[in-house]
Ligand binder design. Structure first.
Ligand SMILES: C[S@@+](CC[C@H](N)C(=O)[O-])C[C@H]1O[C@@H](n2cnc3c(N)ncnc32)[C@H](O)[C@@H]1O
Length: 165
């Protein structure tokens, strides 16, 4: 039987949760900041800030339209079109990002292809050596290698990349 849209949503959320949990453990003891691309309703931002209370977390979106208790501090919210804000932030924070979570997909294929192209072309210099990139979209980021998903996550429903040394 084919996967329904509900199946895909469920598998994506389970994989997202498992990948984030794995990443929180993996970056323990390593310095670096966090990028959260796609504030949305603030669900994954809330999760990340709760599990990584001592990390500086920069959050990107074109708007703040999230749960009221998930609004990032003004100086950490990078508002605007990611086509501009992401390349600027990558230059500003080059080599400092130990965990980059990109949750930028939508139901539109055109949008997803544009985001895949943007993120694949721009993100690499932001990552610290062995920095992790988690994404809801498959990416092709030079200088990174794909990491097998942790137990509980279905391959192809989320993606983990690690910057090579
Ligand atoms: C899937 S939602 C994020 C969900 C969020 N992580 C959560 O858990 O609630 C994707 C977000 O990316 C933002 N987004 C997509 N393309 C963008 C762009 N080019 N510039 C800025 N924000 C963008 C959308 O506004 C949307 O809020």
């Amino acid at each position: 039987m084919k996967l329904t849209r509900l199946d895909k949503l469920r598998l994506r959320l389970v994989a997202q949760d498992a990948c984030l949990a794995w990443a929180f453990e993996n970056i323990k003891g390593r310095s670096g900041i966090v990028f959260e691309l796609g504030l949305g309703h603030g669900r994954t931002y809330d999760h990340i800030r709760t599990h990584l209370p001592d990390r500086e977390i920069y959050v990107f979106d074109r708007e703040v339209d999230c749960y009221e208790d998930c609004i990032p501090p003004t100086d950490k919210m990078i508002l605007g079109d990611m086509r501009q804000t992401v390349p600027e932030a990558v230059r500003r924070f080059a080599g400092q990002v130990v965990l980059l979570h990109a949750d930028t997909g939508s139901y539109g294929d055109k949008h997803n292809t544009e985001m895949q192209q943007l993120l694949s072309a721009t993100l690499a210099p932001a990552l610290a050596p062995e920095g992790l990139l988690l994404s809801d979209l498959k990416l092709d980021v030079p200088g990174t290698e794909a990491v097998p998903l942790p137990p509980g996550a279905t391959e192809g429903r989320y993606f983990i990349y690690r910057r090579q040394r």
